[in-house]
Design a protein. Sequence first.
Length: 525
Amino acid sequence: MRLFLAATTALAIVGIHTTCAGDRSLADATIVVYNRDLSESSQLAKFYAEKRGISCNHLVALACSPKEEISREEYDSTIAGPLRAIFEQRHWWTIHAQNDGKSVVQTNSIRFVAVIKGVPLKIRATTAYPGDQNHAGAVGNRNEAAVDFELALLGSFSRQISGAVMNRYFHSYRPIAEFNDPSLMLVCRLDAATAATVRNMIVDAVETEKNGLWGRAYVDGANQSSSGLRDADEWMQTIVSEFDKSGIPVVYDENPAVFPPGFPMNGAALYYGWYAESVAGPFADKDFRFLPGAVAVHIHSFSARTLRNSNANWVAPLLEKGAAASLGNVYEPYLELTPHLDIFNDRLLHGFTFAESAYMASPTLSWMTVAVGDPLYRPYAAWLQIDIKPAGKTTDEWKMYRDFALKNGARSVREYRTLARQAALRAKNGPMIEDLGLMEARDGNFSAAISYFQQARSFYQQRDDILRVVLEQANALIKAEKKKQALDLVSNVLRSVPDAPASTLLRKIQEDLKPHPGTTPTTHP
């Protein structure tokens, strides 16, 4: 049914998903849709199909506009109509005509659709569409949409385009192959500012799956208290809690502003944030790169207004900086109708595909969301295997933390942290001991946090790791009313690395802490 009043639902507590479909069954359930009039689109489609072992007869060429935005009439005549005909011709679905004349999909062998760069991104609003009924309200009177979230309902055969459609797969915890609605397909796109970036997204997803996505998470809250915006901060808090339970080191910024330029955001495997209009902070630094296979999402109403400009909005820039997958909005979606990132993150961590995770997290279809990335990408499927093989010292540190968290997660907070500290100190595990410090700091235990940060600094060897912990330690010292120690710390570090990207942040702390003429210097020990 169409949705005209937005509603929210709490995230259910569920167990670990361990029944991911095999690669072969995923490939057999996938088609690749591209623009036949663009050689770039055709080449990328073949490249993706080869990397994923998708059959040649599952490549679908459309004669469609090369523009990102099209009319509803163009969508019907060049995308939806031709695709429905191909589904029948190739016997991918079976259709039953009911007595009332409506068509119903009874079986469907296709559950994933990969839309390739060159196929339109969004459908502009229209008026007087035959068969549509406009409804009152901010949602019910709108009929613009993302092409992909419209295609997900290709098998509904509906002419009702105003409003959003309630997504029955929302909150699901079953692979799409086990979902009892054969008309629903999970549509994602492999798209970015350049073909080279799309190729990197494909390669990185396939390669990362072999050992899993190991690295640090960065979560950027906005500290919003108004009822209309509080939900997103609650999603971020839930995500941080999930990372703590999963043994994934996480840096959580609760300030209203985004992570500042120069913040040492190295080793970034996951990023969730909000709410800035255009790419900012470390992501605008020319040398910043995500780890291969990273998943990065920043909530904004028009985060995916275009994917063809690597400097516009958020999704395209994040992909250009090396992320393999992202979520965005092509038009204003309203916060409660965007993907719930806590659910999205939970499903990724439990081994579901990028497409399944994105659609399980989306309350509506026929709306503004676009999921950009390989639909079959499972960044954490390898974590469900017993014989994960580390790929170097850094991965050993991530894996050790992950293993510890899984084995000791049922312990009390005090006992868990005591044992974790002992294990991290024995192994000289910098990410683990830093993360324990951040947990203590979030709980207001600044003395314990300062001790953890001091130890983490002694374990790290990379400059950016050390500088990030210095910033964290200085912040904890300030909150503990030990401002002179904080000033001494940043001043000493600045003498050693005056030209580091993070030096601007250190100088800001230094300037704020320095006694000014006419003031009494702090005497805190």
